[in-house]
Design a protein around this ligand. Structure first.
Ligand code: SD4
Length: 328
């Protein structure tokens, strides 16, 4: 069991491809202890690909959309991005060469929906929203989720790997051993959390999950409380990185509960990272990044190791910010 777990960690960490670097302004993150900065409305997203996703979310908010519309349509940009190998149908497949997607969406009033282990669905985030709005359930998985998407007339795609994913998968199949690349940078799950001018919050999280995972593996991203949690009486949090380690500590829920008890978003993210570090079975090969915002519009982020960043959009601008980390 331990061997298999390690294999999965090593295989994903070794095979994630980079997005092209862009010319976004970069800002080192002010860690806890600094005076809190607050923005309302505000949209935050994980990684570089959060910049175009935030742009879309902002546009949706500006044209009268709700914060839920904004976080859905924002991450759809990433789901559509053919250069992205970790979100959407163009992402890296599992060990059998099959792309399976996970996504969740949540409103600050506790409404939520999720899909996991779903194939062929172009926009899993929209399917998660349909689960939330059109069914009595929170999560639908696998073939049932695919059937639901078909019955809703959602866009579907044939099950062929994108050229980039196929090339990476073919390369992966040639080797039995992988060297981990510990410093995961700019190429991961997108988690987005947003706050509108009236204080309503929503979040979304969508991913193709760990590359070369076992068929049927589900990560933290579609699990409410692990990869995403939103309570607009307190705040919102999302996670990226090795899902098994996030699920173990109920990462996003933990951060929101810590904020409820009075921690700042930054302090809450740092505490969650500490918990993950304490529980980790293989710290040297693990990366997790957390991103949080409270209902006042203060924000925070923290990761196990350097390399995690997040995109921020508010009325005074848009930027990419480097997160602090437990390992320096
Ligand atoms: C998962 N947290 O499936 C997601 C994917 C990710 O680095 O963020 N991978 O575990």
């Amino acid at each position: 069991m331990e061997g298999r777990r390690k294999f999965i960690k090593l295989s994903v960490l070794s095979t994630i491809a980079s997005l092209p670097l862009t010319g976004y302004p970069k800002t080192p993150f002010a860690s806890s202890g600094n005076a809190p900065v607050q923005y309302k409305p505000q949209v935050l997203s994980t990684w570089n690909h959060g910049m175009p996703a935030n742009d879309k979310a902002w546009e949706v908010l500006g044209s009268g959309g709700t914060i839920l519309d904004a976080v859905e349509q924002g991450v759809m940009v990433t789901e559509n991005d053919l250069s992205n190998l970790s979100v959407g149908l163009q992402g890296l497949p599992d060990r059998e060469g099959i792309v399976t997607l996970d996504a969740s969406i949540m409103k600050g009033d506790g409404s939520c929906g999720a899909v996991a282990f779903v194939r062929q669905v172009k926009h899993p985030i929209s399917l998660a929203r349909k689960v939330m709005e059109k069914t009595p359930h929170v999560m639908i998985v696998g073939e049932g989720a695919r059937q639901f998407a078909l019955s809703e007339g959602m866009p579907m795609e044939a099950e062929t790997l994108s050229p980039n994913a196929k090339e990476a998968y073919d390369r992966w199949k040639e080797k039995a051993n992988y060297q981990p690349i510990i410093n995961i940078e700019n190429h991961d799950t997108i988690g987005m959390i947003g706050l509108d001018k009236d204080g309503s919050m929503a979040g979304s999280c969508t991913t193709s999950g760990l590359a070369y995972k076992m068929h049927g593996r589900v990560g933290d991203s579609p699990i409410i409380g692990a990869g995403l949690f939103v309570d607009d009486t307190v705040g919102a949090a999302t996670a990226t990185g090795l899902g098994e380690e996030v699920i173990r500590i109920c990462g996003a829920f933990l951060i929101v509960e810590l904020m409820r008890q009075g921690r700042t978003p930054q302090e809450a993210c740092e505490e969650a990272v500490k918990r993950a570090v304490a529980k980790s079975k293989d710290l040297e090969n693990t990366q997790i990044g957390f991103l949080a915002m409270n209902k006042e519009g203060s924000f925070g982020a923290h990761a196990i190791r350097p390399g995690f960043n997040f995109a921020q959009h508010h009325q005074n601008g848009r930027k990419l910010i480097d997160s602090g980390s437990w390992f320096k």
